[in-house]
Write a protein of this length. Sequence first.
Length: 133
Amino acid sequence: MSAMTQPKIMRMDDARQTVMRLERGMTSHLVGPADGARNVDVHINHLNEDSGLGPYHFHRYAENVYVVLSGVAQAVVDGRRYLLVPDDVAYLPPGVPHAAGSAGFGPAVVMEIYAPAGKDFNIIETPSDIEDV
């Protein structure tokens, strides 16, 4: 085999966990740069009931996909607030400002797919006039 990244087979329950930014919950790291992945980062965010929204931000290059696995999450996308329930999927192309977190009805679990992997997180001011959708 050439000098390529090795395949990874695992159970989600065995994922390395870290505390989320602002202690909003825990992140289970499934596949990402630590595994040699350059083009994708897949993780599960276990959001506390009171997580609130994370920082309002955008990615210059990365695409985001959120898949709600349980609970009710909220996402503010380009100034509009959406409530997301299990089986909802949100796609956010590069450049679209957004923030996400638990909607406050209990914990929420959200799979996040981020591609390409790497640091691309640009915090901006949260709009003062968020519209509920």
